[in-house]
Design a protein around this ligand. Structure first.
Ligand code: PLP
Length: 428
């Protein structure tokens, strides 16, 4: 079993303090998610500034934090949205997105999803060559199409394996990309884009540079094989965040400069028109700016020492699902020595329901609030109802220091809402 050796004291900064956390808890109870408006806005501003000087657009991956208040905040900050399902499209629509401000990067796509995406005028990002015929029947072929490429094999950066596209269900082979370009050109598509997502949560500064190289090389081959010009490359997501205190954050300016450099060099050398750059970042934009706040409701000492929280893996699945590290701060005890080793758990009947395993923390008491860091992407979103556990509330901490409830917590009534069981009226 993996052991976490991080020091809680001097670890990671929070965008709120114990006083604020307790005030919110007094109003809405625990657990809850809290998001930092300023942090999210600043990250978008930096990203846009880093990619200044070229045609660049970020389409926030809605699946990472599907709350319309967060999505609207991102709209204000100037991003588009990347959707992958019917309901994500509905949320994008409700937030006022339409047309080329929506990227639709789906796979195993139901007919009604394509129909809705087309009616909103979204850019369709094709996952498979068979989707051409499918879309023709369900929504029709638009002027602009993005094609998702899967190079197969292993994806390496400087020799090191970073991902295994050959095992991934996404995208099309090289031969299929050429074929798709030919077919779509015949069907009247005028603007082509190329997309690929080859590795996740990448902390080095080289991932997008390597990916740009892959997509530019393919663009040149597409042009010589089919006469189709690729107008934009879609670098998708995959930029990582420093989950561990010792992780070095990605230098987005360095990333942007290397992408711009590759494009300039390549297009000059090959005499190709310079493509626009699109991105579908999720984790990088909101990940560090969301925290799960929970209360210690039990302590248990058997072969290990356990802190039992009122949140569980149903509220934040990443540690249980991937063994992911999420830093934990015991609020109000930031400056104390991490004198104890705890497993920090939720109450699911699953032994993988642990937010941290063998984690050094200060001596912690029942009633303490803990902050589970870097939960602003793929956190609440991956929640579920196993063991009848309920989804928590979400709160937005605004730039002016006030906060707003942006989603109430589920109640048992929500949990039972899809039952209509005759004779068994559940008293709530
Ligand atoms: C999940 C996903 C993203 C966002 O990924 P992050 O790792 O959160 O940046 C972007 N594009 C597609 C197609 C995805 O599936």
């Amino acid at each position: 079993m993996r052991v976490d050796n991080n020091n809680a004291a001097g670890g990671k900064k929070l965008f709120f303090n114990k006083e604020t956390a307790e005030k919110i808890a007094a109003e809405i109870g625990t657990p809850y998610y809290i998001y930092d408006e300023k942090g999210i806005k600043d990250t978008v501003r930096e990203l846009k500034s880093a990619f200044g000087g070229i045609e660049f657009k970020e389409y926030y991956a809605v699946k990472a934090c599907p709350n319309p208040y967060i999505i609207s905040l991102l709209k204000e900050a100037g991003t588009g949205v990347d959707c992958s399902s019917y309901t994500e499209l509905l949320m994008a629509k409700a937030c006022g997105f339409s047309g080329s401000d929506i990227m639709f990067s789906s796979n195993v796509t139901p007919a009604e999803d394509f129909e809705l995406a087309r009616s909103l005028g979204a850019i369709i990002n094709f996952d498979d060559i068979t989707h051409i015929e499918f879309l023709e029947k369900h929504g029709g072929i638009p002027d602009t199409i993005c094609l998702r490429y899967n190079p197969g094999g292993d994806f390496r950066i400087s020799g090191a394996i970073m991902g295994a596209p050959g095992e991934a269900k996404y995208g099309m082979t090289r031969a299929q990309i050429f074929e798709a370009c030919r077919i779509l050109k015949d069907r009247g598509v005028r603007t082509f884009g190329l997309h690929s997502f080859l590795a996740s949560n990448m902390l080095g500064d080289e991932y997008w540079e390597s990916l740009t190289e892959v997509l530019l090389g393919l663009s040149a081959d597409i042009f010589s094989e089919t006469g189709v010009t690729v107008s934009f490359i879609n670098l998708s997501g995959g930029i990582g965040i420093p989950y561990r205190p010792e992780d070095k954050p990605v230098d987005i300016y360095k990333v942007a400069d290397s992408v711009k450099g590759k494009i300039e060099g390549y297009c000059t050398e090959k005499g190709l028109p310079v493509p626009a750059v699109k991105a579908e970042l999720g984790r990088y934009i909101t990940g560090p700016h969301g925290v799960l706040v929970a209360r210690v409701i039990h302590k248990k000492n058997i072969y290990r020492n356990y802190l039992g929280l009122d949140a569980c893996a149903a509220n934040l699945m990443r540690p249980a699902m991937y063994g992911s590290y999420h830093h934990i701060t015991v609020l109000g005890k930031e400056d104390l020595e991490p004198a104890r080793i705890y497993d920090v758990t939720g109450g699911l009947c699953e032994n993988n329901d642990k937010f941290a395993i063998q984690r050094p923390l200060p001596e912690t008491d029942i009633g303490d609030l803990v902050a589970i860091h870097d939960a602003g992407a793929h956190g609440f979103a991956m929640g579920y109802n196993y063991n009848g556990k309920l989804r928590s509330a979400e709160v937005l901490l605004k730039e002016d220091g006030t906060y707003r409830l942006i989603r109430r917590a589920e109640t048992p009534k929500d949990y039972f809402a899809t039952f209509d069981f005759p004779g068994a009226e559940i008293k709530l």
